[in-house]
Design a protein around this ligand. Structure first.
Ligand code: FAD
Length: 382
């Protein structure tokens, strides 16, 4: 039961993505990041490698793997760059997964091969200007049936992958009745659906994040995903899984900080010797490795429960909390180890520093994770 050794197949996947991140992503991502450009060629290459299809069955164009395989790939990508990793995470976990888990046979047939090949991306539109943590309370978007057409009005904030040249659609949550939430596919280009400008962000600068608005947007009734009124349950499931993926991404960033620091402390000298000879620096790196290691165990444990079909909400929340803390702490320490160079964009650790903060916010803030853990322990809602 207690065995966190990767199988030969998993180790092969991990190594393949590690090589890809080192040889294909690392040489170009710094420039794309500074210019705020979406990494189209990298995304196309990830598509050819099958990364967008990792957790999906072959009948849908997938690789026949599982959610843990996706997590392994995310960890290796984020060791080098988080914009690329979040593009994959959102494409799979927020874009394709709702269609795979809840979509009709027709929706799966139409969309999944495009999404699992990475040819197209889909986005998940849940958060609104009025609030992301309290979704029913802050949500204003509505959809009403007019004959066999949904008419959608409202807006969404911070939606990843929603405005790229290869975005096919956004799955939107909306009130479809009194307190009733449903999810509906809205293809990009539908009249009345406006994809806003890219946000200027603190980090994840080579990823695509946009505000969306819906002004009497009309889509066919069959664009409803799953049952009417099941939208709340659907996005809770999607977010629970997504937290394990974000934990894996966070572990990758935390480990990337260790990788970069180990290299640097062997080169940089101060007071006549390599800075890696000072115990203060060694202890910092030891702490960084400890955080990455324990956070990895936390997400492996959560993924093990998910794959075993057991309840995993609490474990996913713990993994995300531990791993995002590890990412933040390691990014701060790695930047410190690099001294002034850590503040320069040409060094990866500066990018890690800017990318770490969002990990404590996206797919549920750290406070929300604590709320979920407290609920799982039987404590009452405050
Ligand atoms: C780069 C980026 C990409 C994103 N991608 C997507 C996406 O693809 N799809 C999508 O739907 N959303 C996306 N989001 C939105 C993200 O999930 C939300 O920002 C997040 O859930 C927090 O919601 P909020 O920003 O509205 O903060 P709020 O919910 O307004 O929270 C503000 C603060 O109050 C705290 N808080 C709230 N309620 C409580 C409480 N009861 N007790 C204690 N503290 C509380 C929060 O923890 C937070 O610190 C993205 C965000 C960013 C920045």
């Amino acid at each position: 039961m207690i065995d966190f050794t990767l199988s030969d197949e998993q180790e092969e996947l991990r190594r393949t993505v590690e090589r890809f991140a080192r040889d294909t992503v690392a040489p170009v991502i710094g420039d794309l990041y500074e210019r705020g450009e979406f990494p189209y060629e990298i995304v196309a290459a990830m598509g050819r490698m099958g990364l967008f299809g990792l957790p999906f069955p072959e009948e849908h164009g997938g690789m026949g793997g599982d959610y843990f395989a996706l997590c392994l790939a995310l960890e290796e990508l984020a060791r080098v760059d988080s914009s690329v990793a979040i593009t994959l995470e959102a494409g799979v976990s927020l874009g394709a997964m709702p269609i795979y888990r809840f979509g009709s046979p027709e929706q799966r047939k139409r969309w999944l091969p495009l999404l699992t090949s990475g040819e197209k991306l889909a986005a998940f539109g849940l958060t609104e200007p009025g609030g992301g943590s309290d979704v029913p309370g802050g949500m204003r978007t509505t959809a009403r049936l007019d004959g066999d057409t949904w008419v959608i009005n409202g807006s969404k904030s911070f939606i990843t992958n929603s405005g790229t040249d290869i975005t096919a659609f956004v799955t939107v949550t909306a009130f479809t009745g009194d307190g009733e939430i449903s999810t509906i596919i809205v293809p990009n280009g539908t009249p009345g659906f406006t994809v806003g400008r890219k946000y200027s962000k603190v980090g994840w600068s080579a990823s695509d994040t946009r505000e969306l608005s819906f002004d009497d947007v009309r889509v066919p009734a069959e664009n409803l995903v799953g049952e009417r009124g099941r939208g709340y349950a659907q996005f809770l499931r999607i977010l629970d899984e997504g937290r394990i993926a974000i934990a894996a991404l966070s572990v990758g960033l935390a480990q990337g900080c260790v990788d970069e620091s180990l290299r640097y402390v062997r080169e940089r000298e101060a007071f006549g010797k390599e800075i890696g000879r000072y115990q203060a620096i060694q202890f910092k790196i030891a702490d960084m490795e400890m955080r990455a290691h324990t956070a990895r165990l936390a997400y492996y444990a959560a993924a093990a429960k998910l794959l075993a079909g057991e309840p995993f909400k609490k474990e996913a929340a713990i993994a995300k909390l531990v791993a995002s803390n590890a990412a933040m702490d390691n990014a701060r320490d790695a930047t410190q180890i690099f001294g002034g160079y850590g503040f320069m964009n040409e060094y990866a650790v500066g990018r890690f520093y800017r990318d770490a903060k969002i990990l404590e916010v996206g797919e549920g803030t750290s406070e929300v994770q604590r709320m979920l853990i407290a609920r799982a322990l039987g404590l009452p809602p405050s």
